[in-house]
Write a protein that binds this ligand. Structure first.
Ligand SMILES: Cc1cc2nc3c(=O)[nH]c(=O)nc-3n(C[C@H](O)[C@H](O)[C@H](O)COP(=O)(O)O)c2cc1C
Ligand code: SF4
Ligand code: FES
Length: 604
């Protein structure tokens, strides 16, 4: 595409004005600039640097951090196949190869005519209806060879994405089991009416009494978090909804945002009232770009109904509004402090903690970050009370949990259960047969085998952010672990050396084993790497990176043993042997040409 400096000013000015020339919106500005041009042009960077008064290198630093931002031209059609193990189980690698052949393009490259680029990306959150892909960041699921052929035809004819058949973009909720959250006949505004009737502090007491714990994985008490944030001093307080949902195999937030968005926004509004915030954000993962218009419509409707904006429900001192920030393909941005950095328009590098976001969050102000499901649950608690909520689940894990079930089962989809449900029950309900293993809570979670299927989904037994991937006996659990290790190596943000180097070494080791070049010595190396990652990593990504390997070594050892070169092999560097070439060249083989202890004439 031809460019002169002036040609960028027009569209960039429109974007900059929308974001009030505010550098904290840099990620959104770059994302929109790219939507205009297909990539971020070097002249556009110059222009943005001048207008936002930030160094050019900072803009480049941000742009290079996110997988979905490009500084070089990509194809007019940018195709990204979801690379998770369950996509592979459904044949995604073959489909990608087929598409590359059809369109004469190599994986990872741009076709010579600039028409198309085809590559892989981490799990796109469509695991119940894969294999999945993104075309120019818009999701397309249920890929088959026939569907790929039709897509290739549309690309060859340069049909704009907006004119592709609507059936390609159908994304189903697949809700298979409902409990207290999904069954609710919730009416927009009802929880806010209840909040105003009961009182702010009294509502906080209900949240505490409910014993609600965060649904994003760590399970921190929501009431305590809100209370601490309320008590924290700051000029402004902020509410952030974490909709980054990047853990492979997780897609329940996608469904909540599709069909229960009102309830999520209402939970955020409740939180705002309790902590004293006037501004909130929903950090929506880039893979869910297709939900943007729908969420904007819901937000607008709530403003019109006076459930958002100024003087909510006619209450003069109740002002709160929500902005949507789109991510751009970085799993680590799900970590709350990285998410806040990203919200501030920076690279998504996790911060040092403490201090925690409740005191020093967005723009260093007190901030609550909660998962989508946590906010949805809190709106029901405001309506029905803490005791009602605490009546379901277990003593230490109150309420229900949404599970994203995928893999080898007849009915993948969303299953909501009271906490305490056994793994066996979930497997029976989703129609899983001949199950060899279940990976709970994604790549960083835990791999369970049949004698553990009596265990329960609960913070006190198996905590989970929601992923539940099923593997039957036809699957090679070594390859499952290898896929997860590749995921971590790809998603490591590179900030700290143990994780950046450790995840790469681990990936290389697993690849070596895959090529049957391994030795028992590698197990020691993996154990050493695990210790390093556990003790030296800066954030949870590094801490969890070895989990899938250690789990599968412990539970599926034969899958590793069959990949050994031989059992006794001890790799070591033999310096005397390495000098043999020099000896040959000089024609010497006397003791002086050997290292001490080595013998002349040794077979080399
Ligand atoms: C590498 C990493 C990725 C994470 N990804 C997510 C995510 O996608 N969604 C989420 O809600 N929490 C995620 N978390 C957890 C968040 O840091 C944080 O604990 C959570 O958003 C708090 O909300 P909750 O209390 O409602 O669970 C992630 C944590 C780590 C270490
Ligand atoms: S542990 Fe990994 S992902 Fe986390 S900060 Fe360090 S390099 Fe980044
Ligand atoms: S999108 Fe395919 S497994 Fe998640």
């Amino acid at each position: 595409m031809v460019s002169d400096k002036g040609s960028h000013a027009t569209y960039l000015n429109q974007i900059l004005e929308r974001y009030h020339f505010d550098a904290t919106s840099l990620l959104q500005i770059l994302r929109e600039a790219q939507e205009h041009y297909g990539y971020i042009h070097t002249d556009a960077i110059d222009y943005l640097a001048a207008q936002l008064k930030i160094p050019r290198v900072k803009i480049e630093g941000v742009a290079t951090f996110y997988s979905f931002l490009y500084l070089q031209p990509r194809g007019e059609y940018r195709v990204l196949f979801s690379d998770n193990i369950t996509d592979h189980m459904l044949g995604s690698a073959g489909l990608m190869k087929h598409m590359c052949q059809q369109l004469w393009v190599e994986p990872g490259k741009v076709s010579e005519d600039g028409l198309v680029s085809i590559d892989t990306t981490s799990c796109t959150g469509m695991c119940d209806q894969g294999p999945a892909m993104l075309v120019n960041n818009i999701a397309i699921n249920r890929l088959t060879p026939a569907r790929i052929d039709r897509i290739c035809g549309l690309i060859r004819e340069r049909v704009p994405l907006s004119a592709w058949p609507a059936e390609f973009f159908v994304i189903e909720d697949n809700i298979r089991r409902k409990d207290i959250l999904l069954h609710s006949d919730y009416q927009p505004g009802a929880s806010l009416v209840a909040l105003l009737a009961r009182g702010t502090l009294e509502t906080l007491q209900e949240i505490k009494a409910s014993k609600l714990r965060g649904r994003g994985g760590a399970g921190f008490s929501t009431g305590t978090k809100w209370e601490s944030c309320r008590a924290a001093h700051g000029q402004h307080h902020y509410v952030v909804c974490n909709a980054d949902e990047g853990e492979p195999g997780t897609f329940k937030d996608r469904v909540l945002l599709t069909s229960y968005a009102e309830q999520v926004f209402e939970g955020m509004t409740l939180c705002a009232r309790i902590i004293g915030a006037r501004r909130g954000f929903i950090y929506l993962r880039g893979e869910y770009r297709y939900l943007l218009d729908h969420l904007q419509i819901v937000l607008q409707r709530r403003r019109e109904q006076r459930l958002l904006g100024s003087s909510i429900l006619g209450c003069a001192d109740f002002d709160f509004d929500i902005e949507i920030h789109l991510g751009a393909g970085a799993y680590v941005c799900g970590e709350e402090s990285a998410l806040i950095e990203s919200l501030e328009g920076k690279r998504g590098t996790p911060r040092n903690r403490p201090p925690f976001p409740v005191t020093n969050g967005y723009l260093d102000q007190p901030t609550v970050v909660n998962n989508v499901e946590t906010f949805a649950a809190s709106s029901l608690i405001a309506l029905h009370g803490g005791d009602w909520f605490a009546a379901s689940g277990t003593a230490t894990s109150s309420g229900s949990k949404l599970l994203s079930v995928s893999g080898d089962c007849e009915r993948p989809g969303i299953y909501e259960y009271p906490f305490g449900v056994t793994v066996a029950q979930v497997l029976a309900d989703c129609g899983a047969h001949n199950t060899q293993a279940v990976q709970v809570s994604g790549a960083s979670g835990v791999c369970l085998v049949p004698n553990e299927f009596t265990r329960r989904i609960a913070f006190e037994d198996i905590p989970t952010a929601g992923a539940f991937m099923v593997f039957d006996h036809s699957r090679d659990m070594f390859e499952v672990a290898r896929n997860f290790v590749h995921f971590f190596a790809h998603e490591s943000c590179g900030f700290c050396t143990p994780c950046r180097v450790g995840t790469s070494l681990l990936k290389n080791m697993m690849d070596k084993l895959a090529h049957k070049q391994g030795s028992p010595y590698d197990f020691h190396e993996i154990e050493k790497l695990n210790q390093l990652l556990l003790t030296m990593s800066h954030c949870g990504l590094g801490h969890a990176a070895c989990n899938p390997v250690l789990d599968t070594i412990a539970k599926f050892r034969p899958a590793y043993d069959q990949r050994m070169l031989h059992q006794e092999f001890e790799p070591a560097f033999d310096l005397d042997r390495a000098l043999s070439q020099a000896r040959q060249m000089t024609g010497r083989d006397d003791p002086g040409a050997h290292l001490a202890g080595a013998h002349p004439g040794e077979k080399i």
